[in-house]
Design a protein around this ligand. Structure first.
Ligand code: AMP
Length: 208
């Protein structure tokens, strides 16, 4: 099985949901730059204060900040792991390639209108980072995380205006990574529409 993987795809494509399943069921250690940055914002660290202004606008945090944050983490990675939300630019992908030869980049393909609907209905757990959707994956108890019982919240960047900007930023900066990994023979594209379990089955097939 492929054990060193990247999850690629636009915001709202289901990377976080699939990452959670791969972690829970197959023991993938999950490294999410978005989760790391949100924690830094919550703890009001210098990194968090620097990152917040970009995140609130739906823009990318500068490459040097992200690469600086990830370098040691990547060096420490062993065994079965997945990167969720990193790399997001060719510069980040080059920095990653200097440290690790990944096995596969799984690209979840979803169209823009579906993404806007998903993101604006998304609710997240600030504690365990589980993600829900008000319509497709509602928590058992309204507003409460099934896993840890914390109160769910709507991310500041999940409003429609910011979401549209995040999609543009994705097309301009991250989309080129699809070609980048295709050229290197690492790319598996999966249609990210439909039942979560069905998509998970396709993801695990691509890891064989
Ligand atoms: P995510 O949770 O992956 O949707 O990330 C939320 C926000 O964090 C993004 O909109 C960016 O502002 C920032 N971010 C996360 N990962 C990266 C990255 N690899 N490069 C630059 N900015 C990032």
């Amino acid at each position: 099985m492929k054990t060193k993987i990247i999850l690629l795809g636009p915001p709202g494509c289901g990377k976080g949901t699939q990452a959670e399943l791969l972690g829970d069921r197959l023991g993938f250690v999950r490294l999410s730059t978005g989760d790391m940055l949100r924690e830094a914002v919550r703890n009001d660290t210098p990194l968090g204060r620097e990152a917040k202004k970009y995140m609130d606008a739906g823009a990318l945090v500068p490459n040097d900040v992200i690469i600086g944050m990830m370098k040691d983490k990547i060096r420490e990675l062993k065994g079965t792991f997945l990167l969720d939300g990193f790399p997001r630019t060719v510069e980040q992908a080059d920095a990653l390639a200097k440290e690790i030869d990944i096995d596969a980049a799984i690209n979840l393909d979803v169209d823009d209108e579906e993404l806007v609907g998903r993101l604006t209905n998304r609710r997240s757990c600030p504690d365990c980072n589980s993600v829900y959707h008000l319509i497709n994956k509602a928590p058992k108890k309204e507003g409460i995380c099934d896993k840890c019982g914390c109160k769910l919240y709507q991310r500041d960047d999940d409003t429609e205006k910011t979401v549209r900007n995040r999609l543009k930023v994705y097309r301009d900066n991250t989309y080129p990574l699809i070609e980048y990994y295709r050229e290197r023979g690492k790319l598996a594209t999966i249609e990210g529409i439909g039942d979560i379990e069905y998509i998970y089955t396709k993801v695990t097939k691509a890891l064989k």
